[in-house]
Write a protein of this length. Sequence first.
Length: 312
Amino acid sequence: MILTVTMNPSIDISYPLAHLAIDTTNRPKTTTKTAGGKGLNVTRVIHLLKHPVVATGIVGGNFGRFIEEQLDADGIAHHFTHIDQETRNSIAILHDGGQQTEVLEAGPTINAAEQADFIAAFDQLLVGCDLVTMSGSLPQGLTPDFYATLIAHAANAGKKVLLDSSGASLQAALQADVKPWLIKPNETELAGLLGEPVDKTDLVRLQKQLTHPVLAAVEWIVVSLGKDGAFVRHQEQFYHVTIPTIQVVNPVGSGDATLAGLAMALAAHQDDTAVLKTAMTTGMLNTMQARTGWVDAAQFDPYFSQVHVATV
Ligand code: ADP
């Protein structure tokens, strides 16, 4: 079983509008509201591909209950810590032929007692899992080293962690004594980590960048490159992964779907080539769906066979 951590989930609300009018009323004809947050996208993809998964994190209030009901409706197992403050909403207004304007609430502020409750529940959940994924930003009230703390707890239980975050929480996890087993930065996140530009066409430089002291102790670094696949270091071995050209419907959540594929294949102890082919396939399948964090399992095999992994 894979344990997915979503510390700041949200109800993702989508408002399609032909035109967004400012300083007046807009009335979308259809609205979708889904259980969101990067970690829940990871969870849904793992579940759709029929691998056992349990979602954890913190939810609160009526909006938190809505998220749990959505997961129940999808048949996804979950074990969230409950707080009184409401879980946040994230609003995406899709308008004017492809523009996307977002309003993202900060969400609740987690206090020390709630943090301790979550960690106690997390310790229990670790017992029954094979590995852990952690995704997305941290809610207010948690310090940037919170993922590092969770990674240390996972290590105590003998469990490895795949971390997909950015900014201060990623930096803190990389500076801690116990490192994440795998990180999955995209180009922008890698550039932020290294404090220097990243050019995906310069693979020689990219290879050198993945041995930067900041990253040296991380076993797996999967740099996802959108339509250009991925460049990867596993210990001392480098891989360049290429993918076919596909019809993209909605690329949002591709990185989350990629993390789902990595987790599934690593939990199943597959070899490096199969791990990377699985991850690229789940990323691609997500881009082919209108829904974020969604894949069509029936399409897995034909796309898997078109991913090429070359050692560098
Ligand atoms: P993130 O969503 O974290 O920015 P990427 O954009 O790198 O991550 O996408 C993750 C993976 O999803 C890619 O490695 C690839 O497998 C797939 N993917 C994303 N965008 C495309 C695209 N335009 N065409 C084909 N595959 C894509």
